[in-house]
Design a protein around this ligand. Structure first.
Ligand code: C2E
Ligand code: CA
Ligand code: CA
Length: 767
């Protein structure tokens, strides 16, 4: 659960990082940094379908002056036409008039070519930084016989050329760019495509203009090729820095763009798809528990992502950003590594390095001792062992001991809290003496290390308590005491309060019963329809000579823990049998209820003694009700049902106590052999004012009556509640409003008042 949360947090951070990279600068930088790699991975030669006729240094030297007289261009067109060029595209400015004779010659050559030639148009700022653009078109005489294609190379903000438009608008007309024209691709104005710079610029076939003009060239080089005519000589200044390819003449950039489009029209993909893929690939990185695995997962994810992006780029001509994805993977790697390191660090802090057992710190981090008890084993001869054993063997010996102690540990964990001390949460299901005897047997057996049998001398201290720290330190002190006293075991007590209670119970309860300090009070159950008290609940009372009254809520649970509940309950039963016999002799047909602890239902010795007592009693078992709580019936239903059936077979009525506080439904209770249901006072007390409590009381009454159960409402403290319950059809009420629990003789004396009889009538009956 916790690791899952951790993974989600990492992934969330990754998504945030991705979003940041999408909007921020860093992502773009990283993206541009990766570009060369992406082109280098697929470097290849041009198709050769585009030939550059270059106005190069040799041509400059041959022709001698600039601008060249246009008759040279006219001649070139004728040469190319004759050589069978597929198309001829000029990347040369022809927007101004020159010598009329030359212009006429070029116009005629264009006319002769029959539409084979495309001439450039371009748009440029009227002034630097201005918003007005001037469109430059070839002069009218040329336009008449040529197609027009726009020239537009726009470097990115970093000065490098990456993309090229498919078309631009010049003189209010959208026109294809040179490259789109050559490749016969169309697109909306200003829609751009990425130029494929993995095509080697040097592989684009070139022909010097001088060679062409003089006719000294191989026509096969031209046949069926698209010819681009433009300047490559440095002094022409038409040069661009391109990503990956470096500085290129404008005409070569055009050629590469045309080559790109001949293979298809590439598009740029958005970052979202990449981020999604990266997110999926990041999952194993986030889940890795070891740094090496995280790094390997990162390498794998990066490779897969890069491969996917490369395939998209070169196969499907979609250029997705890669840097943003790798950036996200990197963020996940960093977070995962940080997590792994901090986790490792924490784990190191919580383990004993020699044995890899959890240490004292780990013990103290427990929220609470699982069973409320901790044992500390102190190795008496640790120093002796350390002197004869190698550190490795010593650690081995400790591990061997812990393997055995594990049986006595509540959660199977043994902590090495000091070099010579082991601690663990006791499984206190066993009785204390049994546990200690078991531990002694475990620790007496020598351990085997490296083929040698080694005797371990150990003592143990235990303590019960709610806080781990308190419990542990008390158990440690108890172990010290045991060692000092030369005994195997000492039990510590965590607080004065606990000390007092357990001392009372362990030592004093039996004496208190014998001395008559433990008595029974009775609380009447008023039968509503007859208005008479027909029954009484027996509630135990302990008056301590020095401490005063001890509430049953305090000592009953302790008596249960200390196995003193059997004698206590038998004492109550004996008292009740005697009191009921007395009442019956007095002419009162009363029953009495006794509370039976959950533990007792599965205690055959207790039930046998109950039988014996009933056999000897002068009152019939039908005068008795045994009150049990649902927890008793829930923990071991089969044995509980069997016991309850046995009680009923004897004639004892069975009552379900504290109904409503547990988890069981009435439907479940149907399976139990019950005569009576007692609705817990927490519902009764507010039934009049809280609708949900009223509902529980009402529905319980209905269902219980359907199941033929008598219903008793506990904790009735006022007349209004009594009337409310009467109106609902409740059978009995019990509570302070009728009477508090009182001693047996007071109970007898008060009956007449409760039953609404006059003292005279009572006198008449007793006479
Ligand atoms: P319980 O079985 O639910 O007993 C009813 C408790 O409610 C009694 O507390 C009683 O004094 C109290 N009570 C009665 N009417 C009212 C009322 O109108 N308002 C309020 N606020 N309380 C009322 P008590 O005597 O302190 O006993 C507490 C618990 O101790 C009992 O709860 C029962 O679970 C246990 N107990 C008492 N005697 C014995 C016994 O002999 N054996 C066992 N195993 N448990 C006993
Ligand atoms: Ca009760
Ligand atoms: Ca109760």
């Amino acid at each position: 659960m916790r690791t899952r949360l951790r993974i989600w947090l990492i992934m969330l951070a990754a998504v945030l990082a991705g979003a940041l990279m999408m909007t921020g600068q860093v992502g773009g930088r990283f993206e541009r940094g990766l570009e060369p790699l992406r082109f280098a991975a697929n470097e290849h030669d041009a198709s050769g379908k585009v030939v550059v006729v270059e106005l190069d240094a040799a041509s400059m030297a041959a022709i001698g002056r600039w601008p060249w007289p246009r008759r040279h261009y006219a001649r070139a067109i004728d040469q190319l036409r004759r050589a069978g060029a597929a198309s001829i595209v000029f990347d040369v400015d022809l927007s101004a008039r020159s010598d009329p004779q030359d212009d006429a010659m070029l116009a005629r050559a264009l006319a002769r070519s029959g539409g084979l030639v495309a001439l450039p148009t371009f748009s440029q700022q009227a002034q630097t930084g201005g918003t007005r653009f001037i469109d430059s078109l070839p002069i009218a005489a040329f336009r008449a016989h040529a197609a027009l294609a726009s020239v537009s190379i726009q470097p990115d903000v970093d000065g490098l050329v990456r993309d090229m438009p498919l078309a631009t608008t010049t003189a209010a007309t959208p026109r294809p760019t040179l490259s789109a024209y050559i490749a016969s691709r169309s697109g909306t104005a200003d829609a751009t495509f990425p130029i494929d710079f993995s095509i080697r610029p040097a592989s684009v076939p070139r022909l010097s203009f001088a060679a062409l003009a003089s006719g000294r060239f191989n026509p096969a080089l031209i046949r069926d090729r698209n010819v681009l005519i433009g300047a490559t000589a440095i002094e022409m200044g038409d040069r661009y820095a391109a990503t990956y390819a470096g500085v290129l003449p404008g005409v070569v950039v055009q050629a590469l763009a045309a080559e790109t489009l001949l293979a298809g029209v590439p598009v740029r993909g958005g970052p979202v798809a990449v981020l999604m893929l990266a997110l999926i690939l990041a999952l194993p990185i986030a889940r890795a528990r070891r740094a090496s695995i995280a790094i390997a997962a990162f390498a794998g994810a990066t490779a897969l992502l890069a491969a996917a992006v490369m395939i998209a780029q070169h196969r499907f001509l979609v250029h997705y950003p890669l840097g943003i994805g790798i950036g996200m993977l990197t963020v996940v790697l960093m977070l995962s590594l940080a997590q792994i390191v901090s986790h490792r660090f924490r784990e190191e802090q919580l383990t004993d390095s020699a044995t890899a057992l959890p240490n004292e710190r780990a013990l103290l981090e427990l929220a609470a001792p699982p069973t409320g008890a901790i044992g500390v084993v102190q190795l008496i001869n640790y120093n002796g062992l350390a002197a004869v054993l190698s550190p490795v063997d010593l650690a081995q010996a400790i591990v061997r001991i812990t393997e055995r102690l594990r049986l006595a540990s509540a959660d199977g964990l043994i902590y090495r809290v000091r070099s010579d001390r082991l601690a663990f949460a006791l499984s206190t299901e066993q009785a204390e003496e049994d546990l200690v005897a078991g531990l002694r047997a475990i620790l007496l057996e020598p351990v085997e290390v490296a083929g040698r049998k080694i005797d371990v001398a150990a003592v143990i201290g235990t303590a019960i308590g709610a806080s781990v720290a308190e419990c542990f330190s008390t158990a440690a002190v108890a172990a010290d005491e045991a060692a000092a006293a030369g005994e195997f075991w000492h039990g510590g007590i965590t607080s004065r309060d606990a000390l007092e209670r357990s001392v009372s119970l362990m030592g004093e309860l039996d004496d208190a019963i014998a001395a008559g300090h433990v008595s029974v009070h009775y609380q009447p159950k008023l039968h509503l329809s007859s208005g008479r008290v027909r029954s009484a609940e027996a509630l135990v009372r302990w008056y301590h000579p020095t401490r005063g009254f001890i509430a049953p809520d305090v000592f009953i649970p302790l008596a249960e823990q200390a196995d003193r509940i059997v004698p206590l309950t038998l004492h109550v039963l004996k008292t009740v049998l005697a009191d009921v016999a007395c009442w019956q002799r007095d002419g009162h047909n009363l029953t009495a209820a006794i509370n039976i602890s959950a533990k007792l239902l599965s205690n055959p010795a207790f039930n046998a003694q109950v039988d014996r007592m009933l056999d000897a009693a002068s009152v019939p078992p039908t005068a008795l009700i045994f009150e049990v709580t649902e927890s008793a019936a829930m923990s071991d239903p089969d044995s509980a049902i069997a016991t309850l059936n046995a009680y009923r077979a004897r004639g004892i009525a069975v009552s379900m106590d504290d109904y409503g506080t547990g988890r069981s439904t009435l439907t479940y209770l149907r399976n139990l052999p019950l005569n009576e249901l007692k609705i817990d006072r927490s519902f009764v007390q507010h039934a009049r004012t809280r609708p949900q409590d009223a509902l529980l009381v009402k529905s319980t009454l209905d269902l219980a009556h359907q199941m033929q159960l008598t219903v008793v409402a506990e904790g009735v403290e006022d007349a209004a509640t009594l009337e409310f319950l009467r109106a609902l059809g409740c059978d009995y009420v019990q509570g302070y409003h009728v009477s508090r629990p009182v001693p047996a003789d007071t109970f007898l004396a008060s009956l007449a008042t409760w039953n609404g009889e006059t003292p005279a009538a009572v006198a008449g009956r007793t006479a």
